[in-house]
Design a protein around this ligand. Structure first.
Ligand code: LLP
Length: 444
C-alpha cells in the first residue's frame, strides 16, 4: 500500500467504526453490509429500507452472554421487535423485556419461552396484565400502587402466585437526553425511594398472597456511556434490599438493573464498556451484600439499543437538493416518520453517499425529510460529496434501535420494510406498509 492508500484505509476504518462489523467498501463506491451491496438492497426492496445485520445482532448477544455469564439477559423489545428478531435473541439464550400486550404477542408467536419474558410499563392496561397472566410470563414489574392491587385481583384463585419485581426510582439521573432519563422519582416510571412510595409498594406486594416478590428493578435512563450511575444505583438498591430484610425478614433474590447501555452514533462517540460494567457490578454486588449480610441476588439486565442499534442501517433516496441562503438542503424519501430521534432528542445522524463513487469535494449540507414539518431534519451540517443529486442513495448507520419501533404514519407515507442481511443474502422480515394497509383502517 502507498502512503495515500494507508491514509484512505485508515479514514475508511474510522468512518466505518459505527457500521456493522461486516461492512466493506466496494470499488464502485458502494458499501456492502452482511455481504449485500446497499444499492442492490435499495433496488430490490425500494427506499427507504432498513437493513438488519443478523451476525451483528447475534455477536452482540454473545458479547453480553460472555460478559455476564451469571446474569439473566433480557433484550428490551421496545428498541426494535419483529418475530425474527425475537427468535434470534432467544436462540442466543436471551429473554425478552416487553412493555405491551402487542410486544408480548410477537414474542410468544416467535416461540420465546414465556418464563423468559418480563412485562414492564409505567401504566399497564387491563389487556397488558391479562395477556401477561394468560401467557404465563416469568415476571411482571409493578410500577404503581394501584397496579399491585389490579394485578393481584386478576390472578385466579387456583393459580400460582405471579412473580413480581417492583420498579424503583433510585434517585440516579442518567442518559444522553433529558427525555431519556428515568431514574428519579419525578419521572413517570418507577416508584421513588426518596418519598417512600417504593417501600409502600413493596409492603403491599408482600401482603398479597397472589404475588411473589422476587426482587427489585430499576432503569436509570438510556444511552448511558459511564459505569458510574449503575454503581450508585446498585448501592441504593442494596440499601433497599437491606431495608426489606430488616423490616420483614424477607430476602429478595433478584436485582434487575434495566438497560440504557450507550452506543456510538458517530465515530468520535464512545460506547458503554460492557466488560467494565459487568466487572464493576459483580464486585459492588458481592461487597455491598456482604456488608449488610445479604446473599448476592441474581442479576438481570435489559439492553435494547446496544443489541440492535449498531446492527441496523437505513438507506434513503435523495428526492431533491435545494440551495438556500442558509445552505444546501438534501431531502430524502423518509424523515421523522421512520426516524423521529433527531426531532425528539436533537441527535445527529451520519449519512454517507452509497451506491456510487464521487470524486467531488466535500460540501456541508443539511439532510431533511419529506414530511410537512419544519422540524423534519435528520442531520444538520453534515459532510457529503458536493455533487450530491436527486436519485442518490444516502445510508445512515446505527439505525437499528428506536427508529422502526417509533415510526409513524405521518402524511400517510407508509412505514419502510425491514430486511435481514447475512452471508450475501437479503431476506424480507417486515414488508413495506402500503396505501392499502393504511386505507384498510379508514372504515368511515
Ligand atoms: N428496560 C426498561 C425498563 C426500559 O424502559 C428501557 C428503555 C430499556 C430496558 C432499554 O433501554 P436501552 O438499553 O435500549 O437504552 N426512545 C429513546 C429510548 C427510550 C428508552 C426507553 N426505555 C431513544 O430513541 O433513544
Amino acid at each position: 500500500m502507498t502512503t495515500v492508500d494507508v491514509a484512505l484505509h485508515a479514514s475508511h476504518a474510522d468512518e466505518l467504526s459505527v457500521w456493522p462489523a461486516s461492512t466493506v467498501p466496494l470499488p464502485c463506491g458502494d458499501l456492502a453490509v452482511g455481504g449485500v451491496p446497499l444499492a442492490e438492497a435499495a433496488g430490490a426492496f425500494g427506499t427507504p429500507v432498513y437493513l438488519l445485520d443478523e451476525a451483528e445482532v447475534r455477536d452482540r448477544c454473545r458479547t453480553y452472554a460472555h460478559a455476564f455469564p451469571h446474569a439473566d439477559i433480557h433484550y428490551a423489545a421496545k428498541a426494535f421487535l419483529c418475530r425474527t428478531m425475537a427468535r434470534w435473541v432467544a436462540e442466543e439464550g436471551l429473554g425478552l423485556d416487553v412493555c405491551s400486550a402487542g410486544e408480548l404477542e410477537v414474542a410468544v408467536a416467535a416461540g420465546v419461552p414465556p418464563e423468559r419474558i418480563i412485562l414492564h410499563g409505567n401504566a399497564k392496561s387491563p389487556e397488558d396484565l391479562n395477556a401477561a397472566l394468560r401467557a404465563g410470563v416469568g415476571r411482571v414489574t409493578v410500577d404503581s400502587l394501584s397496579e399491585v392491587t389490579r394485578l393481584a385481583a386478576a390472578v385466579g384463585i387456583h393459580d400460582e402466585p405471579v412473580k413480581v419485581l417492583v420498579r424503583v426510582a433510585p434517585g440516579v439521573s442518567a442518559g444522553a437526553h433529558e427525555k431519556m432519563r428515568t431514574g428519579t422519582g419525578t419521572r413517570k416510571s418507577g416508584l421513588s425511594v426518596t418519598d417512600g412510595s417504593a417501600q409502600h409498594a413493596i409492603a403491599r406486594v408482600l401482603a398479597q398472597p397472589e404475588l411473589e416478590l422476587t426482587g427489585l428493578h430499576c432503569h436509570l435512563g438510556s444511552q448511558i456511556t459511564s459505569v458510574k450511575p449503575y454503581l450508585t444505583a446498585v448501592r441504593r438498591m442494596i440499601g433497599l434490599m437491606s431495608h426489606i430484610h430488616r423490616s420483614y425478614g424477607y430476602t429478595t433474590r433478584e436485582l434487575d438493573l434495566g438497560g440504557g447501555h450507550g452506543i456510538p452514533y458517530r465515530p468520535e462517540e464512545t460506547a458503554l464498556d460492557i466488560t467494565a460494567l459487568a466487572r464493576t457490578l459483580r464486585t459492588e454486588m458481592s461487597e455491598g451484600c456482604a456488608a449488610v449480610g445479604l446473599p448476592v441476588p441474581r442479576l438481570l439486565i435489559e439492553p435494547g439499543r446496544a443489541v440492535v442499534g449498531p446492527a441496523g442501517v437505513v438507506v434513503h433516496r435523495v428526492l431533491s437538493v435545494k440551495h438556500t441562503e442558509a445552505g444546501t438542503l438534501v431531502a430524502v424519501d423518509g424523515g421523522t416518520s421512520d426516524n423521529p430521534r433527531p426531532a425528539l432528542y436533537g441527535v445527529r445522524c451520519t449519512p454517507r453517499l452509497a451506491g456510487r463513487l464521487s470524486l467531488a469535494g466535500p460540501a456541508r449540507v443539511t439532510m431533511v425529510g419529506r414530511h410537512c414539518e419544519a422540524g423534519d431534519i435528520l442531520a444538520t451540517d453534515v459532510q457529503l460529496p458536493g455533487d450530491i443529486r436527486p436519485g442518490d442513495l444516502l445510508a445512515v448507520p446505527a439505525a437499528g434501535a428506536y427508529h422502526l419501533s417509533m415510526t409513524s404514519a405521518d402524511n400517510l407515507v407508509g412505514r419502510p420494510p425491514v430486511v435481514a442481511v447475512a452471508d450475501g443474502k437479503a431476506r424480507l422480515l417486515v414488508r413495506r406498509e402500503t396505501l392499502d394497509d393504511l386505507s384498510i383502517r379508514d372504515v368511515g
